[in-house]
Design a protein around this ligand. Structure first.
Ligand SMILES: *Cc1c(COP(=O)(O)O)cnc(C)c1O
Length: 379
């Protein structure tokens, strides 16, 4: 099955009860047993739920994995991965991570004795100096949020394999339509399904996809034992979102490239960070490991001040100023005061998250309207 067919049919058979084409929302906490321990495979909805199961099968299919595991949010999915570790274990993570991932690692898991190294991964092979016998996990995001850096997944895979370290890739920005890390040798793919997979800004959810059965069993154990599961209604919404993932992301990419080129030539714009621009430092790697460049970009104002950026985002009309990304509607954000406010100024400026940086999630509206909106806001 090819990708566009998988989003619609992958792991998704009509429901056995009445043949309903969409999986029903099994809004139930428990399931009748005919005799103690005798049931139809479902006992309690923290452990198993048919709607969730349908989504997990679909996720495994579109990421070319074998097992999907869903959670109440993207952060809960990341949390489950870190729970694979023990005190004393070390993690190498990229230094321009999603702010919430950074907060989870430093404010929660460092207290439990897990050590994190936050390093620049633009030159992927340079991370090897941080590897030692305690290193158990490499955590990467590519493209990164919000700087749109591209990390060379193949190089990360070779380092991880050489030292028997797990490699997890946060594939939220790329989606499996553009990039399939498991096929490249990563062990775990993670999603904030809140973003492109859901795609309609109406649900918060997280997901992991793996190939290895033993690793999946550990993660299912954590899913059930810690209990941060996704509810059936939310699972239904994400399943529904996945069915149009390919057409949505294709349009996101088309619009984003036009907008990135427009911004790059605008006098009121400083730098544009978009992997589809040929002057992006990792454009070549993006071309190799992604089939297109996605709908996310960031740019600075040429004035470079906080005030100039705030003025632009306040004036934008179609780019609603809001947290989050990946929905059909365009959004703007100011990372330094919004998504990345939890990262100390010094840390975030090192990775490029300056006061005048604006992040755009380019939606699938008519691009002429989006260009006109940017023109008036920068005006
Ligand atoms: C939003 C996001 C997360 C966190 O996901 P939630 O669903 O908000 O918990 C993690 N990584 C990236 C790249 C994100 O954009």
């Amino acid at each position: 099955m090819k990708f566009n067919t998988k989003t619609i049919h992958g792991g998704q058979a009509p429901d056995p009860a009445y043949g309903s084409v969409m999986p029903p929302i099994y809004q139930t906490s428990t399931y009748a047993q005919s005799s103690p321990g005798k049931h139809k495979g479902f006992e309690y909805s923290r452990t198993h739920n048919p709607t969730r199961h349908a989504l997990e099968e679909a996720l495994a299919s579109i990421e070319n994995g074998a097992h999907g595991i869903t959670f109440g949010s993207g952060l809960a999915a990341i949390d489950a991965v870190i729970k694979l570790l023990n005190p004393g274990d070390e993690v190498i993570a990229s230094n321009d991570l999603y702010g919430g991932s950074y907060r989870l690692f430093t404010k929660i898991y460092e207290r439990f004795g897990v050590k994190f190294h936050f390093v620049s991964m633009r030159d992927a092979s340079s991370i090897e100096q941080y590897v030692n016998s305690n290193t158990k996990l490499i955590w990467i995001e590519t493209p990164t949020n919000p700087m749109l850096n591209i990390i060379d997944i193949k190089v990360m895979v070779s380092i991880a394999k050489k030292h028997s370290i797990l490699l997890a890739v946060d594939n939220t920005f790329a989606t499996p339509y553009l990039q399939q890390p498991l096929d490249m040798g990563a062990d775990i793919v993670m999603h904030s399904a809140t973003k492109y997979l859901g795609g309609h800004s109406d649900v918060v959810m997280g997901a992991l996809v793996v190939k290895d059965k033993a690793l999946a069993d550990q993660l299912y154990f954590i899913q059930n034992a810690s209990g941060a599961v996704a509810g059936p209604q939310d699972c239904f919404l994400v399943l529904r979102g996945i069915k149009t993932l390919h057409v949505r992301v294709q349009r996101h990419c088309e619009n984003a490239l036009i907008i990135a080129n427009y911004l790059a030539s605008h006098p009121k714009v400083g730098r544009v960070y978009y992997p589809g621009l040929t002057n992006h430092p990792n454009h070549k790697i993006a071309q190799q490991q992604m089939s297109d460049f996605g709908g996310m970009m960031s740019f600075t104002t040429s004035a470079g001040t906080l005030e100039s950026a705030v003025e632009v985002v306040e004036r934008l009309k179609f780019f609603t100023l809001a947290e989050s990304l990946g929905g059909v509607e365009s959004l703007s954000g100011h990372p330094a005061s919004m998504t990345h406010a939890s990262i100390p100024r010094e840390e975030r400026e090192k990775s490029g998250v300056t006061d005048s940086l604006i992040r755009l999630s380019v939606g699938i509206e008519d691009v002429e309207d989006l260009l006109a909106d940017l023109k008036q806001a920068l005006g």
